[in-house]
Design a protein around this ligand. Sequence first.
Ligand SMILES: CSCC[C@H](N)C(=O)N1CCC[C@H]1C(=O)N[C@@H](C)C(=O)O
Length: 339
Amino acid sequence: MARAGLDAVWISDPANVRAVSGFSSGKDGKVLVTQGAATLYTDARYTVQAAEESPLDAFIARPPATLEHAAPGLAGLRVGFEADHLTVAALEDLRDHWPQVTLVGVQGLVQSLRAVKTPGEIQAVRDAQALADRVFAEVRPLIEAGARELDLASEIELRLRRAGAQSAFDLIVASGPRGAMPHGVASDRVIQDGDLVTVDMGAQLRGYHSDMTRTVAVGTPGAEMARVYRAVLEAEEAAVRAVKPGVRAADLDRLARDILTGHGLGEAFAHSLGHGVGLEVHEAPSLRGTSDDVLQPGMIITIEPGAYLPGVGGVRIEDLVLVTEDGYEVLSVSPKELL
Ligand SMILES: CSCC[C@H](N)C(=O)N1CCC[C@H]1C(=O)N[C@@H](C)C(=O)O
């Protein structure tokens, strides 16, 4: 707050609310952080839950009573709001109820603190990934000719649910030509002999996420897609090996991109190399070419190069990686195919 020239911050992004308060129903909560104090605002549906989960003082009310409660202590102060989350209508409410406050839009203030995980957070992501690995191993034999993408996705979801978790995002199961869609969520396509099948899955456990992609072959894929697979694997493994504190995220993206470019696949790599994972599937740091982020111990990131050939197919291989004091630890252990 001091660096941003603020006296207080109104936190409304659900993941940030959870991060600073421990309250797990972040979308129905807000946190006001002032110099030396923090208050959780939520409504009477959560009186018990807030007391159980959060060490912060809670004020139980619905807006506008929440804003009226905060107003007297904020008069004359510079108060940050989360510009990348607050709606225009919610900002108007703040203006109406806090006329003596200077409201300052801030971006990434809490997110940047979340990029480096605590030991407890690392354990939570580790547990989520271990579960995802176990479920992938159980479902791997079902990826065969004649299976529908949707059936594989529901098997994965069911097994995650039974284990007390849930899917971290809409499952991506993209087979054959659908593999050319980086976000090809499972469809009713029936997998064919010779297909490559991209499965991008994660578990959400105790609020924390995992994220991993494997591309598997059903039968024998064509020579071109096998070549693409080997190129993506080379880029992925090289980028993982380069992970250590002090490395610029943009340089990692460049390293993987250069390898794929060397295989004539630079244009086919249609997204960034990776991202941080924690309370959200996509969070800081960003491993894209324009990123200013620098890796630090305790960050959990994905390394996920891909190559997508419209009308033909695609490959993505993704590992979940913890940045350690002297390098990295790969948290995802599911085997990668060798084609
Ligand atoms: C809808 S969550 C998708 C999870 C997935 N592992 C993932 O992060 N993907 C899939 C392909 C690209 C990548 C992604 O969405 N990257 C974002 C950060 C980007 O803008 O590049």
